[in-house]
Unconditional design. Structure first.
Lengths: 349, 328, 385
């Protein structure tokens, strides 16, 4: 495998952003390109992730191309997935030897629609979507299965939410931050039992942009490149009634293939839109109970759908680049109850 | 009289409703066709798989090995709640209007559970994991997952009433209507463009220091991604750079057929855009012809593209092809 | 050094306006199983799956590949979902090829599809946000003005489009999977068919189809052991440019020209007119054949139409184009690009049936999408590169 490093990252997450997707993305892309020290036209490949259902417009990604510049014509691709999978495609492209660098971005504008309800469209279109379960209800099935089996407790869920919202106070990009104890949170009413508001994602509008490069370029352009040392993603079957919802086998496989356990981990950033999912991910990724997870506040502090996974990877990379750790795990997940999971192992020099 | 400055200053972005609605029709294939046909009769069938036992709803393939499946098994109608979420405030699209539960229900004889609803009359304390439930069948069953209105406490369930329609043809397809409502935000530059239209002004944007003007403004120069922050007014007269005559109906277009769709390059703009040409015989439309925006009456002007009713020919000489060939 | 990649299995569904006999997973499995059968493999032999399709709104599903994962045997495996507008069938295959050439996987299933009968493409493509009005009637409404510009620029005879359509519709009669088969097709029928988006006639336009296309790709080691002849990938390229910008040439787009040049350079092709035996390209409206012949360098600018008129692009011509009947005969949008690749691959494998070009050694597959702004191409060879 070729050594590939993250050399720059920028993000924007706002609860209800009045700008268009292009207007949201443009300054973030400009900042990431500037930080990379590379000229836009020198970057070898461009790959993005988004979903047309967020704004209800087909071809959202076509317009978004305006925000990153594509003239003269560029080598470019798009996944209808979280930006973390766009990063994977870009990393593969560098592995082929065809390019040496890539611009990766994703964006999501969740505020125009009822995004929780819209996500019913991710389920079985014959037997489940027609019942219109919203994502809170779908995920509540997983949460209760975990509570019933003892894999997670309500106290643990409140602890995850409390810690995430508190950590988010140090994150300028977080949209939900608060200093509240787990006991206090447990006094809140249920939104969709067994989930309370703070157990659910802090939906936001935003964009994330990253530049990656092969070893030589990375060393030339970055004082402290953040190396991608392991990278894998896997998927589980879709039917909730077929899966054991208290386990995330695809996350466990991805973690094993990415080599998470090969060395000591300093911290992790995981995509856990619902509080109990952080516990499931700790189990699946083999992270110890005392490992620092989601110092960014994670999805409970800002959750820009289609962008949040790439956001976690970027947050982890920036912390390593700043010298706050040498080896980290970053995770992206998508699909109902984290059906599909991606794991990256990042290391400093 | 509005000025560019006043329009730019007053640019609280416009918001408006955007609805996506379509009655999707889904062909079922042989396995789901059997399942929906059974529901219509008031029965539930599953299918046997090697890796996950009996699946309900039945699947055409094994969820792990993808091998084709074909051994149907009668299941239920009773079963047990495996997990549930309590919906205290049902959303508009959901099928029950009082509090209910979405639940995973393991039917008798099945190994995998199925997702459906449990109706306990709005009383959350009446549901728990392990509870025995059975279907409350719809009287008007047509071969659809909603033929089961919801599951209810087994003691309250009654046997499926006979089908009213007497229909027994295979269920080849089902309707799954979709209606999603969005609160669309126009964004900063498009808002400026739209507000200009309310004043019969056509506003474009350019990159500071560049002479290429984009109408409508796009938020960034698509070539370089630099912001197009400088707002300029362009003429409402322009040149047809290319066109087509549309004779085919389209679901979201109300125009009478045939109509002329032009790519018009406004004077002062460097980006042609699509609009409709009227007051012109079809055989007189040509490249290079001069046209002008025809505005709706002042009382109907609004911050919308609909403020331009259509374009119409004007009495000016055609522009030679050489002068606009870079734009078509 | 990148691994060599080859197509070792090809499968496609029967295309039709309405495949009411199958579910959506069933449609995909029909193509995938035929590809597996062609390669004499089973689901378990596949390491990763790459799915492509055009807008999710066509089927009213969000990220449908997640629902389709187990139908495609992807449980526990990596699954990617590509969407690059109409070029997606091509770019999906390109992404799958990169998984093999990067040495990450030995065998990859790539599949793309559209089940357009679930809704209506004209509906999905003309959805307009508030404050705007739809005047562009679907893809035809968008591309008709470009065709008019091409006619104006090139001075091509007005019946060029009719001749392309006649050729492709005759070719489709030899393709068992094609959606539109019109045994009595004639020049006059096409000429007299209704103008939909003047200057584009009904019979010069693609249909709206249900269908899927799948390919199994493998690395060199496994391709050498495959029961049927593999099609070796000699190059694959992609280019994109903005949908609109001042002074953009959308008729002969720079992105298309660059993608072709990149492809030839990867494949070591100095003169495509001499070295490429046949071409399967994305022609949703007949006039796009002469346009793409110019973009890809098979004709000088303004002269692409001559290749149609002098019979070069006919099935028995010196460099046939759209031997399968092309997009004019089957158009399940997401699948269309991959069908082009599949036909090109089958030509060099000698597996193209009645529409086989005798002795085809190098064949080009081409797809485009968006506002003629996304291009994906691949070159397949009978021999190793």
């Amino acid at each position: 495998m070729r050594d590939v490093a993250i050399i720059s990252f920028a993000q924007s997450n706002i609860e209800d952003d009045i700008r268009s997707e292009v207007e949201i993305l443009q300054p973030v892309a400009a900042e990431a390109v500037k930080q990379s020290g590379m000229a836009r036209t020198d970057i070898g490949f461009t790959c993005s992730g988004s979903s047309d259902w967020l704004q209800g417009q087909p071809f959202a990604f076509v317009m978004a191309l305006d925000a990153v510049g594509s003239w003269p014509p560029i080598k470019e691709s798009h996944v209808e997935q979280d930006g973390a999978w766009a990063l994977y495609e870009a990393w593969v492209k560098i592995q082929t030897g065809e390019v040496e660098s890539a611009l990766v971005y994703s964006f999501g504008k969740t505020s125009p629609g009822d995004i929780t309800q819209v996500q019913a469209l991710q389920t079985d279109p014959y037997c489940v979507t027609p019942l219109w379960p919203d994502l809170d209800s779908i995920t509540g099935l997983q949460a209760r299965a975990c509570l019933e089996s003892g894999v997670v407790t309500e106290t643990q869920m409140a602890e995850v939410a409390s810690r995430s919202m508190r950590d988010a106070m140090n994150n300028p990009h977080a949209v939900r931050k608060a200093d509240r104890s787990p006991e206090d949170l447990l006094g809140e009413p249920y939104r969709v039992s067994p989930l309370r508001d703070h157990d659910c994602p802090a939906n936001s509008d935003g964009a994330t942009v990253m530049v990656i490069a092969s070893a030589e370029l990375a060393r030339e352009h970055s004082r402290r490149p953040v190396w991608i040392r392991g990278f894998d993603h896997r998927i589980d079957p879709p039917a909730l009634g077929v899966r054991d919802l208290t386990q995330l086998p695809s996350a466990a496989t991805a973690a094993e293939k990415a080599g998470v356990a090969k060395d000591k981990i300093d911290f992790a950033e995981v995509t856990a839109p619902y509080s109990h999912q952080e516990v499931l991910l700790r189990n699946a990724l083999g992270l110890s109970d005392d490992l620092k997870v989601n110092e960014s506040g994670g999805s409970l502090a800002a959750h820009t759908l289609m962008s949040c996974g790439l956001n976690r990877i970027g947050d982890a990379a920036m912390r390593i680049a700043a010298g706050n750790g040498d080896r980290a795990v970053a995770h992206a997940g998508q699909g109902p109850c984290l059906q599909q999971n991606l794991v990256v192992v990042l290391e400093g020099e | 009289m509005a000025s560019i400055e006043s329009i730019v200053r007053d640019s609280q972005p416009l918001k408006g409703p955007h609805v996506i609605e379509y009655p999707f029709r889904r062909s079922c294939g042989p396995i789901l066709s059997e399942f929906f046909g059974a529901l219509r009769e008031g029965r539930i069938v599953g299918i046997r798989s090697k890796t996950a036992g009996v699946l309900v709803p039945p699947s055409e393939y094994d969820p792990v090995t993808a091998e084709a499946l074909d051994e149907f098994v009668d299941v239920g109608p009773g079963g047990e709640v495996v997990s549930y979420s309590w919906v205290s405030k049902p959303r508009p699209l959901q099928r029950l209007d009082h509090p209910f539960a979405f639940a995973l229900i393991k039917l008798d004889g099945a190994d995998a559970s199925m997702l459906h609803m449990v109706d306990v009359g709005g009383d959350e304390s009446a549901i728990q994991v392990g509870m025995r439930v059975a279907p409350r069948w719809s009287a008007e069953r047509k071969g659809h997952i909603a033929d089961i209105e919801a599951f209810v406490a087994e003691a309250d369930a009654v046997a499926a009433p006979p089908v009213l329609s007497g229909e027994d043809k295979p269920v080849r397809a089902i309707r799954t209507p979709l209606r999603l409502e969005y609160d669309f935000t126009a964004g900063r530059e498009q808002t400026i463009f739209l507000r200009g239209l309310a004043h019969k002004m056509i506003l474009g944007a350019r990159r500071p220091g560049d002479d290429l003007v984009y109408v409508p403004p796009r938020g960034a120069d698509p070539r370089t991604a630099e912001p197009t922050s400088e707002i300029v007014e362009v003429s409402d007269k322009g040149t047809v750079v290319t066109y087509s005559i549309v004779r085919v109906p389209s679901e979201n277009i109300d125009l009478e057929l045939p109509y002329v769709c032009i790519n018009v390059l406004l004077d002062g703009s460097n980006l042609p855009f699509f609009h409709v040409l009227q007051k012109c015989e079809l055989d007189e439309v040509r490249l290079g012809m001069r046209v002008q925006a025809q505005w709706v009456p002042d009382a109907e002007l609004s911050a919308s593209v609909t403020s331009i009713a259509f374009f119409a020919p004007i009495d000016e000489p055609d522009v030679p092809y050489e002068d606009f060939k870079e734009y078509c | 050094m990148a691994e060599l990649c080859a197509v070792i299995g090809v499968g496609q569904t029967n295309f039709d306006a309405n495949r009411i006999d199958v579910s959506m997973p069933g449609l995909l499995r029909e193509a995938a199983l035929r590809a597996l059968e062609d390669a004499e493999l089973t689901w378990a032999d596949i390491d990763a799956v790459v799915v492509g399709k055009a807008p999710d709104m066509f089927e009213g599903m969000m990220l449908p590949e997640n629902y389709l994962a187990d139908a495609l045997g992807a449980t526990g495996k990596p699954l990617l979902r590509v969407h690059t507008a109409g070029s997606v069938g091509g770019s999906t295959a390109n992404v799958a090829m990169s998984l093999v050439s990067a040495g990450l996987h030995e065998r990859v299933l790539t599949i793309s599809f559209e089940k357009q009968s679930e809704s209506n493409a004209m509906w999905a493509l003309t959805l307009s946000p508030p404050f705007s009005v739809s005047v562009v009637a679907g893809a035809g409404g968008f591309f008709a003005p470009l065709v008019r510009t091409y006619m104006h620029r090139s001075g091509a005879p007005e019946d060029t489009g009719i001749r392309v359509a006649l050729k492709d519709r005759l070719n489709a009669l030899k393709n068992p999977y094609a959606h539109l088969k019109m045994p009595d097709i004639s020049y006059e029928m096409i000429r007299d068919s209704m103008m939909l988006w003047d200057p584009i006639r009904y019979l010069e336009s693609c249909p709206s189809s249900d269908g899927a296309c799948a390919m199994i790709l493998s690395n060199e080691k496994l391709a050498e052991r495959t029961p049927r002849k593999p099609a070796w990938v000699h190059g694959s390229s992609m280019r994109s440019e903005p949908v609109q910008f001042a002074k953009r040439d959308a008729v002969n787009p720079m992105s298309g020209r660059m993608a072709a040049q990149d492809l030839y350079s990867q494949a070591g092709i100095k003169d495509p007119r001499k070295e490429i035996d046949c071409i399967e390209c994305y022609v949703p409206f007949s006039w796009f054949e002469p346009m793409w012949m110019e973009t890809m360098g098979f004709a000088d600018e303004g002269e692409g139409w001559k290749l149609t008129l002098d019979g070069t692009t006919a099935l028995d011509g010196s460099r046939p184009v759209n031997m399968s009947g092309g997009v004019l005969s089957s158009n399940a949008i997401g699948a269309s690009g991959m069908c082009r690749y599949a036909e090109a691959a089958n030509q060099v494998r000698g597996e193209a049936g009645e529409h086989q070009v005798a002795g085809a050694k190098k064949a080009l597959g081409h797809a485009y999408g968006g506002g003629s702004q996304y291009f994906a191409m691949a070159l397949f060879g009978a021999e190793k590169p």
